[in-house]
Design a protein around this ligand. Structure first.
Ligand code: HEM
Length: 124
């Protein structure tokens, strides 16, 4: 009986882990929409950097999850590469903002939409 309970709990834990790793990125993507426009509409460095941090956190979270639209490892890897590229541009823009160059930061941030479009075409 104990053995059966043990087996059952292992099965339940396994199922829970599988559910988490299949979680999709739609919630993060929908949040990114608002945060990305806050970033490009920012009128001061503090607002820009707050949005940049939020967008970066969402991108990191998204990169850890396998979107439901992706069904093989090669595509998942390509998707994660895209997220890395996306995060690198956020960091570049954030650095410019940190240096007080808000206009250049916003120009750099516009590239995020090109990256989005490129990867949506591939994997969305
Ligand atoms: C400003 C940046 C971005 C915005 C605003 C954005 C927004 C969105 C939205 C609104 C959706 C649809 C969600 C839904 O169906 O409810 C979506 C889906 C998706 N996006 Fe993005 N996205 C961004 C960047 C990216 C990047 C950089 C990647 C990949 C490297 C990516 C990959 C995907 C994928 C794979 C889906 C499909 C998810 C699924 O069906 O499960 N997105 N995105």
């Amino acid at each position: 009986m104990n053995k059966l309970k043990q087996l059952l709990s292992v099965a339940i834990i396994g199922l829970a882990v599988a559910t988490v790793s299949n979680a999709n990125v739609r919630a993060e993507m929908n949040q990114m929409k608002g945060v990305a426009s806050a970033l490009t509409n920012a009128n001061d460095v503090a607002t820009f950097q707050k949005a940049a941090k939020e967008l970066r956190d969402l991108a990191v979270q998204s990169a850890e999850k396998k979107p439901s639209s992706i069904d093989n490892d090669a595509d998942f890897k390509g998707y994660q590469e895209g997220m890395k590229e996306f995060i690198a541009v956020i960091d570049e823009a954030d650095k410019l903002a940190q240096e007080g160059n808000l206009d250049a930061a916003k120009t750099t941030a516009k590239r995020l939409f090109d990256i989005r479009n490129e990867y949506h075409k591939k994997y969305k």
